[in-house]
Design a protein around this ligand. Structure first.
Ligand code: FAD
Length: 390
C-alpha cells in the first residue's frame, strides 16, 4: 500500500490530523490497532477549550457539538468543606464546553466514513523503517503482515504506542512524574446537579463531578493504584462521592446506574524529541498530563494544528522549515500546560502521609488561584488555553 501520510492511531489526534490534511487535498491512511466499536466506546476527556471548539468548527465537524455541547462559565472548587466559585469566561466571551471525547471521535469518524477516507481498524503497527528516506510502516491486518509506504509518518498512537520508540534516544529526552494514586472514573446515567460540580479536596482525597450531557454524569474519585473497580459497589462509590463533595449545603449528587468504571494512573510526561526524519509525534504519544487540568485532548489538538501545517509545507512546497522547529513550537504550548496540570494535581489531592501543614499549604494555593485577582487571571489563562502560534 502507498499513501502520502501514514497516520498511526485513530484517537482524537490522528482523526483530526486526517481531517486537516483532507482539507488540503493530501492523501492519508489511518492505521488503528483497535476495532471501530472499541474506539467509539472509549470514555475519556470531555472539557474542550474554546480553541479546540473553533478548530473543530473550522474543520466542519462541530454541528452536533454546537447543538449538544454544554458551555460552562463557572467552575466550582471545594476545600475544607467550603464551596468557592470562579468565573471562567474570556475577555472575548469565550467559554469552555463540555462535550465527551467519545463524541468528538464519533463525529470525526462519521466524517471520514462519509468522505470515503481510509481508516483501517484492527491494524496494529509493529515497526517503522527508513524514516529519514521513504518511510515504511509495518503492520498486521487480520493476522496478515502488510506494509504502508509513505512520504511522512504521524505518530498519533498514544502513550503506549510504537512511534516514540522509533525516535533515537527518546527516553533520554523524556521527563516523567508519577503520582502515587489513580483516578476511578465513572459514567452514570444521572442528571448532573448544577450546584454540585467541579473539584472537591477532602481529607479522604479528591472527588470531581462533571457532566457529559444533560443526563450523563462523569465523576471521579482519587483511589489507590491497585483498586479493582469491581470490588466497589455502586452504593459505596456514591457514598464516597457524597462525602468528599459535601460543602455543608445539604446538596447531594443525583444518582443513577453506573454504566462505566475504570481506573487510570496519574502522571506527567513529556518527550522533548517529537520529530525524527519524516516522523512527528502528536498528542499522548509525546506527552501525558494528569487529568486534573482537563488538558489531554486540548493539547493533542494544539500539536495537530502545527503538524498539519508542517506536512502541508513539506509535501506541497518542499519547505522543511517547520519540520526542523516542530518540537520547539509544540513544546512552547506543552510545557506551560503540563505545569498547570501538575500544579492543580499537587494541590487538589491528598498524598500518602501528607501532614496537616501540607494540607494548609494546599488550601492556601487554592484560595490564591480562586479568590485573588492574580490567581484568577492565571486560572483563566490556563483553563481557557493558550493562544495557538499556528
Ligand atoms: C483512561 C484515560 C482517561 C482519560 N481521562 C481524561 C479526562 O478525564 N480528561 C482529560 O482531559 N483527558 C483524559 N485523558 C487524556 C485524553 O483522553 C488524551 O489526552 C487523548 O485521548 C489524547 O489523544 P491521542 O489521539 O493523542 O491519543 P489516544 O486517544 O490514546 O489515541 C491513540 C490511538 O492509537 C492507537 N494505537 C496505539 N498503539 C497503536 C499501534 N501500535 N498501532 C495502531 N494503533 C495504535 C490506540 O488504540 C488509540 O486509538 C484520559 C486518558 C486515558 C488513557
Amino acid at each position: 500500500m502507498r499513501t502520502q501520510v501514514g497516520i498511526i492511531g485513530a484517537g482524537p489526534a490522528g482523526l483530526l490530523l486526517g481531517r486537516l490534511l483532507d482539507m488540503q487535498g493530501i492523501d492519508f491512511v489511518i492505521l488503528e490497532q483497535r476495532s471501530l466499536d472499541y474506539v467509539l466506546a472509549r470514555v475519556r476527556a470531555g472539557v474542550l477549550e474554546p480553541g479546540t471548539v473553533q478548530t473543530l468548527r473550522d474543520c466542519g465537524v462541530a454541528d452536533r457539538l454546537d447543538r449538544e455541547g454544554l458551555p460552562h462559565e463557572i467552575m466550582q472548587f471545594r476545600w475544607n468543606k467550603t464551596r468557592n466559585d470562579i468565573p471562567l469566561v474570556g475577555e472575548d466571551g469565550s467559554k469552555l464546553v463540555t462535550y465527551g471525547q467519545a463524541e468528538v471521535v464519533k463525529d470525526l469518524i462519521e466524517y471520514h466514513e462519509a468522505a470515503g477516507n481510509r481508516i483501517i481498524f484492527e491494524a496494529e503497527v509493529a515497526g517503522l523503517d527508513d524514516l529519514e528516506g521513504r518511510p515504511v510502516i509495518g503492520f498486521t491486518d487480520g493476522g496478515t503482515a502488510r506494509t504502508l509506504t509513505c512520504d511522512f509518518v504521524a505518530g498519533c498512537d498514544g502513550f503506549h504506542g510504537v512511534s516514540r520508540k522509533a525516535i533515537p534516544e527518546a527516553e533520554a529526552h523524556s521527563f516523567i512524574k508519577e503520582y502515587p494514586f489513580s483516578w476511578l472514573g465513572i459514567l452514570a446515567q444521572a442528571k448532573p446537579n448544577r450546584e454540585l460540580r467541579g473539584f472537591a479536596h477532602s481529607t479522604r482525597g479528591l472527588a470531581v463531578a462533571s457532566a457529559r450531557s444533560e443526563s450523563l454524569g462523569r465523576l471521579y474519585l482519587q483511589v489507590p493504584h491497585d483498586l479493582d473497580p469491581a470490588t466497589m459497589s455502586d452504593e459505596e462509590i456514591w457514598a464516597e462521592l457524597d462525602y468528599r463533595m459535601d460543602d455543608g449545603s445539604g446538596e447531594r449528587l443525583s444518582r443513577g446506574p453506573i454504566i462505566e468504571k475504570s481506573v487510570a494512573r496519574l502522571r506527567g510526561f513529556v518527550c522533548t524529541r517529537m520529530q525524527h526524519g519524516r516522523l512527528c509525534l502528536a498528542g499522548d504519544a509525546a506527552h501525558i498530563v494528569p487529568p486534573s487540568g482537563a488538558k489531554g485532548l486540548n493539547l493533542a489538538v494544539g500539536d495537530v494544528r502545527v503538524l498539519s501545517e508542517t506536512i502541508v509545507r513539506l509535501l506541497k512546497r518542499d519547505d522543511a522549515s517547520l519540520l526542523d522547529s516542530y518540537s520547539e513550537i509544540c513544546l512552547r504550548r506543552i510545557w506551560p500546560t503540563v505545569h498547570w496540570s501538575c500544579l492543580m494535581s499537587d494541590n487538589v489531592h491528598m498524598f500518602p502521609g501528607q501532614s496537616r501543614f501540607e494540607t494548609m499549604m494546599q488550601y492556601e494555593m487554592l484560595d490564591h488561584l480562586v479568590n485573588s485577582e492574580t490567581g484568577r487571571l492565571r486560572m483563566r489563562e490556563a483553563m481557557l488555553g493558550r493562544p495557538y502560534e499556528i
